[in-house]
Design a protein. Structure first.
Lengths: 501, 502
């Protein structure tokens, strides 16, 4: 149980990773402003990004070695094996994004850029380590405000501003919904702790129904589930590649985890049911409907896209739908499945953005029509792209396949006799069959279609892209490895699980 | 040892990808070496395990927390299909000797496809089987879309979509069965031995069966087959018709029918005079036989004739499975082997021997070229393959079709009559295509300006290999029957015997 009197040493031990990140962020910015003033832009971005990754690595090493455990003030700040694993995963994804940013030259404010990425990471680390409404909200705001700015960072591109403004406006609106939902929850239970709220809720009152819908709107926005996804295509398309990759990966991990905890712990008294034909009011049918809508809309709209980034955005909506399936099942297995899925999905997505950022530096466009010739010009890169996209499509032996398999198994396992979620699983499998079509369209362009001009065949190497290239290969290796040996991630995950519930 | 068929193929594919682009002839030799050694291993195993009983090759924990194991095992059925794969793979490499464009990539995809096919036939854990089954899709797509001919991108995409829809249905059924059986194991015998409720089986059986049967060309889900076959390069269409369609049929027998035998039983209420899924699929199979044959009769494109004949021949397999008696089931497996050999050969004649030289597949245009004297070897091969395909005694097709018809006669007498009619049309379309393509009246048009290249040695070897195998099975079917019938009697099919086996 929680200790009523928090000790500062306990707080310190739980928050040291975040403090390391803040320190690194300030250090990166001051080094950039003081020591590197006369250096070239590419040196500066490489140096600050590598410094940032070192900070993340130090924080991850601290978590891996010290194993900070504890429970502060009844869930305000938690530390256990599961949270440690999540934090390490988030830090690893952040390192990938920072390495992707190491080659970028779209802004002169590289110190601030790294600072914002690290601040967002701090928000995520708090987000997965708390079960308290206030801390959840503050962390989400820290994360979101950093992401809005990151999205707008390319000042040369009008579209980047426009997308960021759209993201900001939608985000502000959804934060308002979330806060309203939280305030109702507080009013219902007189507590900000999720477990307290869960203990006070018995059955579905009208106020609770409003709170559930408000929370679903607010967090549905964060995970880009339909119909709260309208910001996603613009952000994915127009934001700088590292920002878009960051929004699509690490932020998804943290948001899904908090969504899962809110629903399964906070709303425990008002589950309802989403059995086909026997819907019972509660939070499960709400999530189930959002999931179904996301799968169908995401997959079918993705078919019509001509820009690879927009295609990834709509496919992200679809993937959010699959992942919400884990919420509707809300068992320990489904939480493990969700974590496996969202982490491998994030790795593949960052990889795809890394390939795209290099391709865009060469051809200046991310349109499918401009991809032909890629396989002859950049055999390694296009092979990596194939691995990332096939993993997203769920083709074995890549990580995406096992992620889907385990997720669907976990969704049915919640009650193996009646299988109330079978209809959602069938819908998910059916729509993911559709997804192969549009992923193959991209691969067809890069492997099969012959380019119209021979210029597409000659290599136009741009400087400063060595680190992202290495990143692509590393991520592709990780996707293959996690797909062929899922136990690598699954075993520590399952070992860490029992201490959560 | 048998597991090395898979590893050699995958390893060969990886080496080929790393080869320098110019080393085309080295790539061919390497591919041939990989295919031959895999086939050699398969042959050795085939000769060694004459009892046909199930034996384990590898069994190691893979995803321990889900009870999924890396479990390869083989019995008589899988052994004979593995050997078929080996033979067709060698023939396919030999018939692709002329591929010049990105040769090493072509053979890399080819070996990847072959390795995955071996994997499906040898998997005992159903998760593993599904993994291999899905791996097949990607090389198939790229082989057709990159090196194909007529409307290749359309044909390749259609094939990929049909395959993925089929495997999606299979995945639904497998996951549901795995969870319903307590989520502790994906092993075939564990799941087959679990007493699923009759209602569950009644629902799951058609889903999984159709999922696999899409790849086996079940009417009305066959439409990927003709377009895919026609668009594919010769070696790929040989593999498609020869072994990939067999994957579907194998899955129907090995997974759908063993897991959910009660799904074949009678419904509680007959619908439109139909009493069970068994009757539904038997009827669809017969429609496929007749439809494929009739449509083959009116094609103008030589390759489409063979493409539709594949649909017709695959109908026999599905009908054989639905007879649920030893005669019909053994016939179905022999037909898998027989069609693997003969279908592959027919595609080779049309795609490689004729089309690669004349650059046309229009029957009307081929006639005036007087091919019987220009390409006598091609003409003879087609005559032999055609006769084998129409079921002339002495060839494997005869044994297979005879057994299936007898089996069907015992199970569905009315349908057996229709099948007899289908065999007759089969004779007609083969004769008709042969006549038009090779032995047409000499036209008034001039022969092609430059003489056609003669048939090369690799092609002759490959054709001889396939014909010899077909004749061997035709003259001495006991060779295969002795090994598949013990497998059919094994414990795995015990459920099927309870579920209506006659």
């Amino acid at each position: 149980m929680s200790s009523i009197q928090p000790t500062y040493s306990q707080l310190l031990s739980l928050a040291i990773p975040q403090m390391i990140l803040v320190g690194t962020a300030l250090l990166a910015m001051s080094i950039d402003l003081l020591a590197l003033r006369r250096a070239t832009l590419s040196t500066r971005s490489a140096a600050t990004a590598i410094l940032g990754s070192l900070g993340c690595a130090a924080a991850a090493a601290y978590i891996a070695i010290i194993h900070p455990n504890g429970n502060l003030l009844g869930g305000v700040l938690l530390g256990n094996a599961f949270i440690q694993l999540l934090q390490i995963a988030i830090l690893a994804l952040t390192i990938a994004v920072l390495l992707l940013a190491a080659g970028s030259t779209f802004t002169r404010h590289v110190g601030e850029y790294v600072l914002l990425i690290l601040m967002a990471t701090v928000g995520m680390l708090f987000l997965v380590a708390t079960q308290d409404l206030l801390v959840i909200f503050v962390s989400i705001e820290l994360l979101s405000l950093s992401l809005y700015t990151l999205a707008a960072f390319n000042k040369q591109s009008r579209f980047s501003w426009e997308a960021a403004l759209k993201y900001f406006l939608f985000g502000g609106m959804s934060a308002a919904f979330l806060l309203f939902g939280f305030s109702l929850l507080y009013g219902l239970s007189n507590s900000t702790s999720l477990s307290e709220i869960g203990a006070h809720i018995h059955g579905l009152s009208p106020l609770l129904a409003i709170a559930i819908v408000c929370v679903a709107v607010g967090l549905g926005f964060k995970v880009a589930a339909a119909p709260f996804h309208f910001w996603a295509p613009d952000i994915y398309q127009a934001a700088p590649a590292p920002s878009a990759a960051f929004i699509a990966s690490g932020s998804k991990v943290a948001s899904f985890i908090v969504f899962f905890q809110l629903a399964s712990i906070g709303f425990a008294g008002a589950q309802g049911s989403a059995t086909w034909g026997h819907f019972v009011r509660g939070w499960i049918p709400v999530i189930a409907l959002v999931a179904a809508l996301s799968m169908v809309l995401g997959n079918f709209v993705a078919i019509r896209q001509s820009s690879v980034r927009r295609l990834l955005a709509y496919s992200a909506v679809a993937h959010a739908g699959y992942m919400l399936l884990a919420l509707t099942a809300h068992t320990p297995q489904s939480l493990a499945a969700l974590v496996y899925y969202v982490v491998t999905y994030s790795a593949a997505t960052i990889g795809a953005f890394a390939v795209l950022s290099i391709v865009e530096a060469q051809t200046g466009s991310d349109r499918i029509g401009d991809l032909p010739g890629l396989s002859r010009r950049e055999p390694v890169l296009s092979f990596c792209l194939a691995i990332f996209l096939l993993s997203l499509a769920g083709i074995p032996p890549l990580a995406g396949f096992f992620g889907k398999f385990y997720l669907f198994v976990a969704a049915l396992q919640s009650s193996p006799e009646s299988m109330p979620l079978l209809w959602l699983v069938i819908l998910a499998i059916a729509t993911s069959a559709v997804s192969l079509y549009y992923y193959l369209r991209v691969l067809k362009a890069s492997y099969i279609t012959t380019p119209e001009s021979s210029a597409a065949l000659t290599s136009g190497r741009v400087s400063g892209e060595e680190i992202p290239r290495v990143l692509c290969v590393l991520l592709a290796a990780a996707v293959v490895l996690l797909g062929a040996w899922p136990s690598l991630l699954l075993r520590p995950l399952l070992n860490a699980l029992p201490r959560v519930f | 040892m048998l597991a090395w068929t898979i590893y050699i193929s995958f390893f060969g594919a990886a080496i080929l990808l790393l080869l320098p682009k110019r080393a085309a002839s080295l790539a061919r030799c390497l591919a041939l070496l990989a295919a031959t050694s895999a086939c050699g291993i398969a042959l050795a195993a085939f000769l060694r395990h004459r009892t046909g009983e199930l034996f384990t090759i590898v069994d190691k924990p893979w995803i321990a927390s889900l009870g999924i194991r890396y479990h390869l095992a083989a019995d008589g059925i899988s052994l004979s299909l593995v050997l078929l794969t080996g033979i067709v793979a060698i023939a396919g490499v030999l018939f692709s000797w002329d591929i010049d464009d990105r040769t090493n990539q072509f053979f890399a995809f080819y070996l990847l496809l072959i390795g995955a096919v071996y994997g499906v036939f040898l998997s005992y854990d159903l998760f593993l089987l599904f993994v291999f089954y899905e791996i097949v899709i990607i090389p198939k797509y790229f082989l057709i879309a990159n090196w194909g001919s007529t409307r290749r991108e359309y044909g390749a995409m259609k094939l990929a979509i049909y395959s993925i829809v089929g495997s999606a249905m299979v995945l639904v059924g497998l996951i549901a069965a795995y969870v319903a059986a307590g989520s502790s194991s994906m092993a075939l015998d564990k799941l087959a031995g679990f007493p699923f409720s009759a209602h569950f089986q009644m629902v799951a059986f058609p889903v999984v069966f159709v999922g696999f049967a899409i790849l086996a060309g079940l009417w009305p889900f066959h439409t990927w087959a003709p377009t895919g076959h026609v668009a594919a390069p010769t070696a790929a269409s040989m593999l498609l018709a020869g072994v990939v369609m067999k994957l579907g049929a194998y899955g129907c027998l090995r997974v759908a029918m063993t897991l959910f035998p009660l799904g074949l039983g009678p419904w509680s209420h007959p619908v439109l005079g139909i009493h069970s899924w068994r009757e539904v699929f038997a009827a669809l199979a017969v429609i496929g036989i007749l439809y494929g044959a009739l449509v083959a009769l009116v094609q103008r494109d030589f390759k489409f004739v063979i493409g539709y004949s594949s649909v017709s021949h695959m109908g026999f397999i599905l009908l054989g499975l639905m007879t649920l008696n030893l005669m019909g089931l053994s016939g179905a497996i022999i037909q898998m082997i027989s069609h693997g050999l003969i279908g592959g050969l027919l595609f080779a004649v049309v795609g490689r021997m004729v089309y690669a030289r004349t650059h046309t597949r229009e029957l009307a245009a081929l006639g005036p070229m007087n091919l019987s004297s220009a390409l006598p070897f091609a003409a003879v091969t087609f005559v032999v393959a055609g006769m084998a395909g129409m079921g002339l005694p002495g060839f494997s097709g005869f044994v297979a079709e005879l057994m299936i018809v007898i089996g069907a006669w015992r199970a569905f007498p009315v349908l057996a009559l229709a099948v007899g009619f289908g065999i007759l049309i089969g004779i007609v379309y083969v004769w008709w295509a042969m006549q038009k393509a090779f032995f047409a009246e000499r036209g008034h048009e001039l022969p092609p300006p430059d003489p056609l290249q003669p048939i090369t040695i690799p092609e002759k070897i490959a054709a001889a290999l396939l014909i010899a195998s077909s004749v061997a099975v035709g003259l001495y079917p006991q060779m295969v029957l002795n090994i598949i019938q013990p497998a059919l009697h094994s414990l795995l099919f015990a459920g099927l015997r309870r579920g209506g086996w006659q």
